[in-house]
Ligand binder design. Structure first.
Ligand SMILES: *[C@@H]1O[C@H](CO)[C@@H](O)[C@H](O)[C@H]1NC(C)=O
Length: 419
């Protein structure tokens, strides 16, 4: 009879001898693909449509990738035991470029003893991945990477890990190790040990990504870090929450409770409609106080900078702002509106009549080439959720105004006025 290790060996032998992701020999961290611009404004201060286009490509690829995984998902085991209940807060760094809050990241401890890696906390995906130096690697890396040969608890599987992101990709192997976030420790956290990545991630101040959505879209087919804490019953309250700062530091991820210093009034919840992303039902947009249809499903996504709506909903929204027009020449799904019209743009969600306004400082992405016109922060993109329904992606541009709560009990997403 085959023991598991013999089976593993056989699988390895079936691979070509040079198979990169499956090889146990030294694996240098490689770079593939074009670099990425981090500024949304050109040198002359005008909005850069090329930047917007590459951002859109990243978002599109992320959602196509995760939707494909969900179609193959299986039920996952509960792997943790309860020790104690607690709540913690994780300070986040706001990465600001040309006055735009591009992403928020923080520190994760990985391995035994702990090594610190920085990760972008992303409610729009469900995998943890970090650049990893594998056994005997002597490559010089240009950003902090996890050195697996320094960790006594590191275990590597033979399963490949790969995510395509439009113009780039990350490639590696599924591994597991001990992970700790501000005192919450998960003994065996599966992650993508990545050894090939495109320069767009190399330029990124965060080393990797920590996905906070549901296990159904995890490529590792293992519970995400936060899901493990919830399954184990160690959270004071079954939730985590984000305060995202605007053009200053102070952003915070709270785990196990909400941070009342960062919101006013009550938290109003809307149910999660499909447990893949933190996907909710928006009942439509509101422009200058008038309701605008159609409605749409929306993924609430801390890992996306801007806001993307189905093209019909986007067209209707800008139609309600007099003088606005599509930048059809650019073909990016972007619109411009008269800067002096100062529109009030809001969304509504199932379960309440609250109107959630996007702050004009965030909605206005900067001057368009046409005098007096500004580029609007709602962009047309036709994405589908895992049920084939049109899906909007509501990112940091919205979440800076609205403290957001991700509650496993429901599950449901809550919003309260951020401060
Ligand atoms: C990774 O750790 C090993 C073992 O401690 C060490 O020999 C090697 O130099 C480290 N690699 C890098 C790039 O730091």
């Amino acid at each position: 009879m085959f023991t598991p290790s013999i089976v593993a060996l056989l699988i390895l032998l079936l691979e070509p001898a040079s198979a990169g992701p499956l090889s146990r020999t030294p694996r240098p961290l490689q770079l593939r693909g074009p670099p990425r611009s981090f500024s949304h404004l050109r040198a002359d201060g005008i909005f850069d449509y090329d930047w917007a286009h590459s951002q859109s490509q990243l978002v599109r690829a992320k959602y196509q990738h995760t939707a494909a995984i969900a179609s193959k998902a299986a039920v996952l085991p509960n792997t943790l035991t309860v020790n104690r209940r607690a709540s913690v807060s994780v300070p986040l760094v706001d990465y600001i470029q040309s006055g735009l809050d591009l992403e928020y990241y923080g520190t994760l401890n990985l391995g035994t003893p702990f090594q610190q890696v920085t990760v972008d906390f992303d409610t729009g995906s469900s995998d943890l991945w970090v650049p990893t130096l594998c056994v005997d690697s002597t490559t010089d890396v240009l950003k902090p990477a996890f050195n697996s040969s320094k960790s006594s608890s590191y275990e590597q599987t033979i399963e490949p890990f790969q995510i395509a992101y439009g113009s780039g990709e990350v490639v590696g192997t599924i591994a597991s190790d001990t992970a700790m976030l501000s005192g919450f420790r998960v003994k065996s956290q599966y992650f993508g040990a990545v050894n090939v990545m495109s320069p767009q991630f190399l330029n990124d101040p965060a080393s990797g990504i920590l996905g906070l959505a549901f296990p159904q879209i995890a490529q590792t087919k293992q519970p995400p870090f936060m899901q493990q804490l919830y399954n184990a019953g160690v959270l004071d309250e079954p939730l985590f929450a984000f305060f995202l700062s605007r053009q200053e530091q102070g952003a915070v991820l709270s785990i196990g409770n909400t941070d009342s210093t960062h919101y006013t009034g009550g938290i109003t919840y809307t149910p999660v409609t499909t447990q893949t992303y933190w996907e909710v039902q928006s009942t439509g947009s509101v422009v200058n106080g008038k309701a605008v249809q159609p409605s749409f499903k929306a993924a609430i996504d801390t890992g996306t900078t801007l806001i993307y709506l189905p093209s019909a909903a986007t067209a209707a929204l800008y139609k309600a702002i007099p003088g606005s027009r599509e930048d059809s020449q650019q073909g990016t799904g972007m619109y411009a509106y008269p800067c002096n019209s100062n529109p009030t743009v809001a969304f509504t969600f199932a379960g309440s009549s609250n109107e959630y306004t996007i702050d004009l400082r965030d909605f206005n992405l900067g001057p368009s080439e046409e005098q007096g016109m500004c580029v609007g922060g709602v962009i047309a993109m036709d994405m589908k959720d895992t049920n084939g329904e049109p899906l909007a992606i509501i990112g940091d541009e919205f979440l800076k105004s609205w403290y957001s709560v991700y509650n496993f009990d429901g599950p449901k997403v809550g919003f309260a006025k951020a401060r």
